[in-house]
Each structure stands twice: as structure tokens, then as C-alpha cells.
Design a protein around this ligand. Structure first.
Ligand SMILES: NC(=O)c1ccc[n+]([C@@H]2O[C@H](COP(=O)([O-])OP(=O)(O)OC[C@H]3O[C@@H](n4cnc5c(N)ncnc54)[C@H](OP(=O)(O)O)[C@@H]3O)[C@@H](O)[C@H]2O)c1
Length: 330
């Protein structure tokens, strides 16, 4: 039987158990997938801990994980356009990626173009599709826009910096160390602000001549949320797409008006990519920027899937840069 990293209770990273799981045959509209590489995402830690999140966590025991790249090994009824042996990737619920094999809905699968390896896809699929909708749909970045990206050396951060730069934006990023600042700059961040050394609100004001930035890609939550709002120009967009430091305090709607008719949204990939056409066009744009070299996967941390606990410890301790990938058969 296939092996998986299963949780039987919510809590610290040591709740993961490496054990056999029953996978079975795919049902109607489903495929069976042999995972070659699995992406670690910060959201996995929210779900492991039981932190609030827009996507509800199913009952325990549970195999976590939304993102994987692998090969189709079996096809259920009414599945069109996919065959056994196809190289595919996925980046959305249902949970279940932290497993050697799994069942998954065929309509949420995309084929992987030749020339992009499984590790890179597992590093790029969920984060890259998120960057696609954040930069192209939540707020459509135009050349010359000043954008603020938190955790700019992280998995999401490096993709947002590279892609934002490719779209012609001036990118301001925040990071926690000078080593991370170097990585953020290498990814295209024009102004990397190290927490504790610089003030990102002041940097935004300086760079924009006091006007404020067009959009904040706010992924930290409690520790930065209010000051992120201070960075926005009138009619600016606050895309609060994560909360690595914990959920932020509630916001008074009147305040959004008083601050300059601001927009505030809490976007999530499963809503933006719910329609097949959006998944196809979003992944098409993602693979295009990857194949052109504008966006590169930064697979900086690789662990055997059986060591998922260690991967979670590292990302929660802010000791990772770029993406973390788990290998199910090592
Ligand atoms: N809504 C969506 O559709 C969606 C999809 C994907 C990801 N996300 C969100 O995007 C964010 C980044 O995800 P990721 O997987 O790429 O992770 P990541 O950015 O590689 O790791 C999280 C980073 O957050 C920063 N951070 C700041 N305060 C922190 C704290 N108290 N604890 C831990 N980290 C802290 C750290 O960077 P520094 O040390 O440099 O500050 C850390 O490296 C997460 O908030 C995630 O929930 C949302």
C-alpha cells in the first residue's frame, strides 16, 4: 500500500505519522495520481495547527497538502482528455497531497509542459497560480505601479517579485534578515526592507513621493496589517492573502473610506481558480512566464515526504527561502 504523512490530531509538527493508506480506484470524474513531488505551503501549517482559514479542514485523520506534481496511473469514468502516464500537476483542495499516491478530481488537473520538472512544478503550481491571480486579477499590475510584497524572499514572495518586475512594477519587499534581502533583490525586488533595520511605510512614502503604493500583497497578518494599510494610495488595494503571524484585528469599513476609498479583500486560490477556464488560462500564463525565464522556481529546500514534520518546523521558524518540496519515494 502507498505511504502518506497522516495527522490524527491537530498540533505541533510532530503530529505527522508516516503510515500506509488505502487509496483505491478513481471514481467518476477522478484520476489516481502517483505523486513525484509535493509542495509545502504555509497554509498547510494553518491546517495542521487548526488555525482559522477560509477553506474548512475536513475531519481527522487527514492527509494534508493541496499541491503536487506526478503521473496519472488510473482513470475513472467520464474523464476526458487524460490518459495513464500523463504528467500532471494540481494546486487546490481537496487535501491529500502528502501521499505517495492519491485520488484527485480530473477537472482540477493541468498537464505539465515538457521541459518543466516535477520538483519545479511542485514549487510553482500553487504559489504561481496565486501570484497569477493576485498580479493579474485581484489587482491588475501596470508598468510603473509601485507594489509592496511582504516576505519577499519566501515561496510566494520570490514569485511575486519576479513576476511583478516582469510586468514593469517597482517592487518594495519586506524580509527578516539581510540574507533574505539579498535573495529578494536577486528575484527582482527593487527596495528590500529588513524588519528592525528599516521602516517599510517610510520606504513606500519615499519611493512614491508620499502618494502611497497601488497594492499591498499582505501575507503576514497581525504583525504588519495596520502598517500595510498606511502604505496605500487613495483607491489602493489591500490583498490580504495570508496571515503567517496570525489573523489581523477586524477593520472598520468607515476607516477604509476615511483612508481614501481603499479596497480590502481576502482572496483565496480555490475561489479564483474554481472555474476550469480560469485554471487553464491561469496555468497557461504561469507556464509561459516560466518557459520564458521571467519566473524561476527557487526550490531551496527538499525533504523526503516522511520528514514532513521537519519541513514544517523550518517554514514556521522563518528559516526557509523560496520553496520547500517533499519527495514521496525517498
Ligand atoms: N490566499 C491564497 O490563495 C494563498 C495561496 C498561497 C499562499 N498564501 C499565503 O502566502 C503566504 C506565504 O506562503 P508561502 O507558502 O510562500 O510561505 P513563505 O512566504 O515561504 O513563508 C512564510 C514567511 O512569512 C514571513 N513571516 C512573517 N512573520 C512570520 C511569523 N510570525 N511566522 C512565520 N513566518 C512569518 C517569513 O518571512 P520573513 O522572515 O522574511 O519575514 C516567512 O519566511 C502565507 O501567508 C500563505 O498563507 C495564500
Amino acid at each position: 500500500m502507498p505511504m502518506a504523512a497522516v495527522i490524527h490530531e491537530k498540533g505541533a509538527p510532530d503530529v505527522f505519522c508516516w503510515e500506509e493508506v488505502e487509496v483505491g480506484a478513481p471514481g467518476r470524474g477522478e484520476v489516481r495520481v502517483r505523486n513525484e513531488a509535493v509542495g509545502v505551503n504555509y497554509v498547510d501549517t494553518y491546517h495542521r495547527r487548526g488555525m482559522p482559514h477560509p477553506w474548512p479542514v475536513p475531519a481527522l485523520p487527514l492527509v494534508l497538502g493541496f499541491e503536487g506534481a506526478g503521473v496519472v496511473t488510473d482513470i475513472g469514468e467520464d474523464v476526458e482528455g487524460l490518459s495513464s502516464g500523463d504528467r500532471i500537476a494540481y494546486a487546490m483542495p481537496p487535501h491529500g497531497a502528502y501521499s505517495q499516491e492519491r485520488i484527485y478530481p480530473a477537472e482540477k488537473v493541468v498537464r505539465v509542459p515538457d521541459g518543466i520538472g516535477a520538483r519545479d512544478v511542485a514549487a510553482l503550481m500553487l504559489k504561481g497560480l496565486t501570484a497569477q491571480y493576485l498580479l493579474r486579477r485581484t489587482y491588475r499590475v501596470e508598468p510603473g505601479d509601485v507594489i509592496l510584497v511582504h516576505a519577499a524572499a519566501g515561496g510566494m514572495g520570490q514569485i511575486l517579485c519576479q513576476w511583478g518586475k516582469h510586468l514593469g512594477a517597482i517592487v518594495i519587499g519586506t524580509v527578516s534578515t539581510s540574507e533574505k534581502a539579498e535573495q529578494a533583490r536577486a528575484a527582482g525586488c527593487d527596495h528590500a526592507v529588513v524588519h528592525g533595520e528599516g521602516d517599510f511605510v517610510a520606504t513606500v512614502r519615499d519611493v512614491t513621493g508620499g502618494e502611497g503604493c497601488a497594492v499591498v500583497y499582505e501575507s503576514i497578518g497581525r504583525d504588519t496589517f495596520r502598517r500595510s494599510m498606511d502604505c496605500l494610495r487613495p483607491l489602493g488595494m489591500m490583498a490580504s492573502y495570508g496571515h503567517a503571524s496570525g489573523p489581523s484585528d477586524p477593520v472598520d469599513v468607515i476607516e477604509l473610506g476615511a483612508r481614501g476609498s481603499l479596497f480590502l479583500t481576502r482572496p483565496a486560490i480555490m475561489h479564483y481558480m474554481a472555474r476550469r477556464e480560469d485554471l487553464v488560462s491561469g496555468s497557461g500564463e504561469l507556464f509561459e512566464v516560466v518557459q520564458s525565464g521571467a519566473v524561476r522556481a527557487a526550490v531551496n529546500h527538499v525533504y523526503p515526504l516522511r520528514e514532513a514534520a521537519e519541513a514544517h518546523r523550518m517554514i514556521e521558524a522563518r528559516r526557509t527561502t523560496g520553496a520547500t518540496v517533499l519527495l514521496p519515494f525517498e
